[in-house]
Design a protein around this ligand. Structure first.
Ligand SMILES: C[S@@+](CC[C@H](N)C(=O)[O-])C[C@H]1O[C@@H](n2cnc3c(N)ncnc32)[C@H](O)[C@@H]1O
Length: 274
């Protein structure tokens, strides 16, 4: 067995701690979301109204939410996650609700435990930030997804990861004569993890190591791995009237996430390396 990558080991422990502390990032799906499970996970209708019988990989998606909901919607679900604690939550929810799903502990960077084209659909909640090399993740997904299969993923936006969590009242404002703003702190090209969060926030997970991926890596990387992008949205959280430094106020300046609908079409291109 090859030794565990230090970043993966760090993040596995960090996520296990979040589970132990019952953090808000580890909340399982609530009862009401099972009334219309597909509507809950696919409010945009990207999945065509039914996933019945589809082989679904919920990638880096432990925590008792995505796996149980996709399974309740009729998918044949596999949840892969690096954290044993997060996977235990899936086992518990599945047992409570008599839902059938498979859980696999491992890293999104190595999906060699799955057969080529084993899945019809891969969904990935925010999690690519936990690995240094997003291109490696895309290559793995392209291998296990059948041609024309969908890959739906959500990511932290690069700008959001680069920028201070707190409102700084002393910077120049966005209109003449005003002051205050969020401050761009982390450089775009370092490839190093961003500074750990000093406080409780909904935007960053305490203790986890996170990486800024550039747009050319997030979007260009998908294309180079053999996907076409069919849609991209930035989920709306903004409220300029909210308390400065809150998620809603900061989101009025920086869209924190983007969700991408990509379809596997071709073979991965290996000519360009970034
Ligand atoms: C945002 S959470 C998953 C979904 C969560 N239940 C929710 O509702 O948003 C991100 C997940 O990524 C997992 N993770 C971090 N690094 C990983 C890696 N290298 N491979 C697989 N999973 C990883 C964490 O253990 C965590 O469960």
């Amino acid at each position: 067995m090859s030794p565990e990558d230090p970043v993966e080991a760090h993040n596995r422990q960090a996520w296990n701690r979040l589970v132990d502390h019952k953090s808000c990032f580890t909340t399982a799906a609530e009862d009401s979301s099972f009334v219309d499970p597909l509507g809950t996970v696919d409010g945009l209708g990207w999945l065509g109204g039914s996933i019945a019988g589809q082989r679904v990989l919920c990638l880096a998606a432990g925590g008792g939410r995505h796996g149980p909901l996709y399974a309740a919607a009729g998918g044949e679900v596999t949840v892969l996650d690096i954290s044993d604690g997060m996977l235990e939550l899936d086992r518990q929810v599945a047992a409570q609700r008599r839902i059938s799903l498979r859980v696999v502990q491992g890293s999104m960077s190595d999906l060699s435990m799955f057969r080529p084209q084993e899945f019809d659909l891969v969904i990935q909640p925010v999690s690519t930030c936990y690995v240094r090399d997003i291109a490696q993740v895309y290559r793995q997904i392209a291998r296990v997804l059948r041609p024309a299969g969908l890959y739906v993923s959500q990511h932290k936006s690069p700008t959001s990861l680069q920028t201070s969590l707190n409102w700084n009242p002393n910077t120049t404002g966005d209109h003449v004569g005003t002051s205050g703003g969020y401050v761009l702190q982390h450089d775009y090209y370092s490839g190093q993890p961003v500074a750990p969060v000093p406080q409780r926030t909904h935007l960053r997970e305490p203790g986890a190591q996170e990486f800024v991926h550039r747009w050319e890596q997030i979007i260009g990387g998908l294309c180079r791995a053999g996907f076409v992008i069919e849609d991209l949205i930035e989920p709306f959280h903004a409220d300029l009237e909210a308390e400065p430094s809150s998620l809603a106020h900061r989101s009025a300046y920086i869209a924190p996430y983007m969700r991408i609908k990509a379809r596997r079409v071709g073979e991965a291109k290996s000519v360009l390396v970034f």
